[in-house]
Design a protein around this ligand. Structure first.
Ligand SMILES: Cc1ncc(C[n+]2csc(CCOP(=O)(O)OP(=O)(O)O)c2C)c(N)n1
Ligand SMILES: [Mg+2]
Length: 317
């Protein structure tokens, strides 16, 4: 079930070498034609090239799902992990190797269903991770089961008469957690916005949570169709501390100035369903970051043995 994907191209450690987006891809993504995961991968590759990140200095951690195939395609260290467990794996990695840039890729089932407990606590721990939730509103890999984010009434193999509950809103849930420090929403069909959002998330110090609305042409082809066809149903959140990209103002007429420091407005906007909102809902760099306050000091084998002996002595009878 779990496997480790290590994919480093043989790139010489030459400071003068400039990597382009294509240098960060190892092979063609194995997703269906029209899957939004392709767009997310492209945006990530652009980010890595913009930041000139070294493949050997970053890691991509995922769970299990179509979206979790991501690490196989990125030229970096990768851990294609266990369903729902990407966040604790990534948190442990960041604690042990703070010098690495750690990215996490999860599906909606991965993050908001089996991994929900980890999601809440990772948000509160606020480790310095860039976290992508690829939300196609369905379990894709296992072929069409209702997930927590499936819209009410939507039919699937597990809910043939339609999902009975209102969908869980990942933005609302994340914004409700103490110490949540960065929450944004973007969409795979607005690549310029997705790229700008990834850049802002990467630059944020702490748990940068991005919900990427992701098309699944196979099992949820309808869920985002209205918004894709009619840009007037989408409102961009804009601010000097938010994200924007050239040309977006021509496509999206509805723009709202929202200060990402305003948690009350962020929560109120996240729960509204009148329009689709893209942008940074909340960000605050001043919150405690777990890997900074609890950094793990490297321990030598001798120190480990001494520590064990101390503990054995303590419990000796
Ligand atoms: C512990 C465990 N439970 C269940 C599964 C089966 N399983 C694999 S992927 C998946 C859901 C994938 O959906 P999602 O996380 O939304 O990712 P997507 O495929 O839609 O990208 C499930 C239930 C598993 N691999 N491991
Ligand atoms: Mg999914």
């Amino acid at each position: 079930m779990s496997s480790i994907a290590i994919s480093l191209l043989d790139i010489e450690d030459d400071a003068s070498e400039c990597l382009v987006a294509e240098d960060y891809q190892t092979r063609e993504g194995k997703w269906c034609a029209g899957c939004g995961d392709f767009g997310a991968l492209n945006a990530v590759k652009r980010l890595l090239a913009k930041e000139q990140l070294k493949p050997e200095k970053m890691a991509f951690v995922s769970g299990i799902g179509c979206s979790s195939r991501f690490p196989h395609y990125v030229n970096a260290y990768g851990f294609h992990g266990i369903h729902g467990r990407a966040l604790p794996i990534a948190t442990g990695l960041k604690l042990a190797r703070p010098e690495l840039d750690v990215f996490v890729v999860m599906g909606d089932g991965d993050c908001t269903s089996i991994g929900a407990g980890h999601w809440i606590h990772a948000t509160r721990y606020n480790p310095n991770l860039t976290v992508l939730l690829l939300d196609n509103n369905i379990y894709g890999l296992t072929k069409n089961q209702t997930s927590p984010t499936t819209p009410q009434g939507y039919k699937s193999n597990t809910s043939p008469r339609g999902s009975v509950l209102p969908a869980l809103n990942p933005l609302q849930a994340t914004l409700g957690v103490s110490n949540a420090s960065f929450v944004a929403q973007t969409a795979d069909w607005v690549p310029a916005h997705m790229y700008a959002t990834l850049q802002a998330a990467y630059q944020h110090t702490g748990f940068s949570f991005i919900r990427i609305l992701q098309r699944c042409p196979k099992f949820t082809p309808d869920v985002f169709q209205d918004q894709i066809k009619n840009p007037d149903l989408t409102e961009l959140l804009v601010h000097e501390d938010g994200v924007d990209a050239p040309g977006l103002e021509r496509l999206f007429k509805a723009r709202r100035v929202h200060d990402p420091k305003d948690i009350d407005e962020a929560r109120s906007l996240a729960q509204r369903t009148d329009m689709l909102r893209l942008g940074i809902f909340f960000r605050d760099d001043s919150f405690p970051v777990y890997d900074e306050i609890r950094s793990v000091r490297p321990v030598s084998p001798e120190e480990k043995v001494q520590g064990l002996e101390r503990e054995f002595d303590r419990y000796a009878v």
